[in-house]
Design a protein around this ligand. Sequence first.
Ligand code: PEP
Ligand code: MN
Length: 364
Amino acid sequence: MKTTLNLLPLNEWGINHSDRPLLMSGPCSAESEEQVLETARALMKLDVSIFRAGIWKPRTRPNTFEGVGSEGLKWLSKVRQETGMKVATEVANAKHTYEALKHNVDVLWIGARTTVNPFAVQEIADVLQGVDIPIFVKNPINPDLELWIGALERINKAGITKLGAIHRGFSSYGDSAFRNAPNWQIPIELKRRFPELIIVNDPSHIGGRRDLLLELSQKAMDMDFDGLMIEVHPDPDSAWSDAKQQINPVQFAELLGNLRIRSKENTQLEQSKLGELRRKIDYFDHELLEILEARMKVAGEIGEFKRENNMIVVQNNRWNEVIEHSIAFGQTKGLSAELVSKIFKAIHQESINKQTDIINRVLS
Ligand code: PEP
Ligand code: MN
């Protein structure tokens, strides 16, 4: 389904921010007035435009800290008054949204566990009718781009044009280097479909560990994300939620200092070199497609043979041979097993589809 979003550019949002990245930082959870204000005082000196703090926390298990609730909204007002930063919190239902709006929270975000639920998102969108503040939508916990887009559309249809997306990674079962797998191709596709949409990366929830923050943030910047949401706490180890991934303001300043913001434009010299290399890539892409065409023709001939001899389409031995040989050969060419296996699985599936059509063709 083709959709468009009606979006206002970031420089018309009424938020002070340096060119790039837009920084949204603060503790995972608001814990006390002192903790919130102490963090905010440190962050206001670091070019942070939006101070974040969770007030209602969607925790996986009961009997854990589930947020301080509405009381924390007053602490956010104090942050705004004292530091001039915009303040933001997460809303998961209509009640949270009413409460946050009543306390003039400047920016709201919808969490990953809420984006998965169209009823909850619609309920929030209904409360936002006629409201003109920035809203960010985190990706759903499952890797479903359409569901993410659907939530953005619901909020946009309520009249919100200061709209952004936050990439916080996707859940999976079992051990992984990340708390939530980044699946970078999903936000990249979101950006391709909606080039004007502001996209912020949340390395804290992707990595789940402080030592991954710089690498993930750098990657996001190199992929042209507009901003970063990073959890900062005055004493991360004693945080009431997400302790392992939070950093203190000094570590945050260090991270920002180490981040390399590369230019989007190229000098003329770079551009001509880049143009030359891109032409080479275009040439090889054409070659690849022509080879695929030739391969697919042969697959079709094999299909005809199987049809005439009444043979089944998939023969496991042959497929194992093809994939094993290709992976081994690819490795001698410096191509990872993962890449070769993905490409060949896709090609194989297309051959199977073609051959199945052929052997089932009804002669008229
Ligand atoms: C958060 O930002 O603290 C949070 C709960 O995030 P997510 O919805 O990405 O889990
Ligand atoms: Mn958190």
